[in-house]
Design a protein around this ligand. Structure first.
Ligand code: COI
Length: 361
């Protein structure tokens, strides 16, 4: 048995790499060969190990399956364009957010540095799975769920952490067309005091029916609104949302009901560094309607790890279309998209210290 750092590695007999369609990568269809497993029992995370990816054996009464005690993360490993080195983008942020999600769901969190070590070890083993194309990456999905079999509604005594990896291209398959979004004024994603800021399975399961209905009406995404009045923009479920009104870029503030996106934070930092006014505050649909009518709504875009930065054409809110100007080559969203990827692929200096390298011996 090989070892990466202190982690035992059992290698797969036959890699699926040669059969993977790297020239037409979507999001989440293909997976790498291995996964990292780790168990929490008797008060500690123990026995991290890298093994061939295969179905898990799970107790049919596992508390994570029945009561949703489950959290996850998403981050990416990129290839350096010039130096071919492997770069993780802000893994410390994901590790901190996982800890916050764990706290909300009563799950014991792995120490952030420990988690980053485990992620790096898996990425080192799966190095050949990192695509080389600009904009493509190895998406890393850590997930923790309660494995103890029990029927009482209470925090479990046993958990499994699993990290899988997937070579990915674009998240949205709408061929570069800006997204058509529906502002959801009936269903609610999160309310004050709920789990909206945590990356937990239930937040996503609850959005499937509204997403299905929106898709059948021709929309690509939903913009979630506040749970009290359905009058204020929150987030888009798979990404945070930004509005450029005149020369200011606005994104909803972190009020506890939206996910604190790592890309959201990076976008705000870059805009400030470029001297563009970037504000996190409450923004109402009425204000967005007014900005559309006065032709001051210059851009709408989403930002997230999976989505990167993606322009939005319009958001239908009740009987009105909140609409941005058509995207141009010098739009802020295009500049953000290029700049983030340039940092992630090592094409420009990492002046913010956002990159963590993974070295393979
Ligand atoms: C991400 O951007 O990493 C996400 O987790 C969004 C979605 C694919 C669930």
């Amino acid at each position: 048995m090989a070892k990466t750092g202190n982690i035992p590695v059992t290698l797969i007999d036959k890699s699926a790499h040669a059969e993977t369609a790297f020239d037409s990568l979507g999001f989440g269809d293909a997976f790498s060969d291995h996964m990292l497993l780790c168990d929490w029992a008797d008060g500690e995370w123990k026995s991290p190990r890298i093994v061939p990816r295969e179905p898990l054996k799970v107790d049919p009464a596992a508390l994570g399956l029945h009561y949703g005690q489950s959290v996850f993360e998403g981050l990416k490993a990129y290839r350096g364009t010039a130096d071919n080195r492997i770069r993780l983008f802000r893994p410390d942020r994901n590790a901190q957010r996982l800890a916050a999600s764990c706290n909300r769901l009563c799950i014991p969190a792995p120490a952030p540095d420990q988690l980053i070590d485990w992620i790096s070890s898996l990425v080192a083993v799966e190095a050949k799975w990192i695509p080389e194309k600009f904009g493509e990456a190895l998406y890393i999905r850590p997930m923790i769920f309660a494995t103890e079999g029990h029927l009482a509604v209470r925090p479990a005594n046993q958990y499994t952490l699993v990290i899988v990896a997937a070579p990915v291209g674009q998240y949205f398959a709408q061929y570069g067309r800006p997204l058509r979004v529906k502002a959801e004024d009936r269903y609610t994603r999160a309310t004050s005091g709920g789990t909206g800021a945590a990356k937990t399975a239930g937040n996503y399961g609850a959005t499937l029916k509204p997403m299905f209905e929106a898709a059948s009406q021709g929309f690509d995404q939903i913009l979630w609104l506040d749970g009290d009045e359905h009058a204020f923009a929150e987030e888009a479920g798979q990404m945070n949302i930004f509005f450029r009104i005149g020369n200011e870029v606005i994104t909803p503030e972190l009020s506890g009901t939206i996910l604190p996106g790592v890309t959201r934070d990076s976008v705000l930092s870059l805009l400030k560094q470029w001297g563009i006014k970037a504000t996190a505050r409450r923004i109402s649909m009425a204000e967005l309607r007014k900005a559309t009518e006065s032709e001051n709504l210059l851009e709408i875009f989403g930002a997230g790890t999976a989505a990167v930065v993606v322009p939005v054409d319009s958001i239908q809110y009740q009987d009105f279309d909140i609409r941005a100007r058509p995207p141009s080559a010098n739009s802020i969203s295009q500049r953000l998209f290029q700049s983030l990827l340039a940092i992630q692929h090592g094409q420009v200096d990492d002046t913010n210290n956002w990159i963590q390298f993974v070295d393979t011996e």
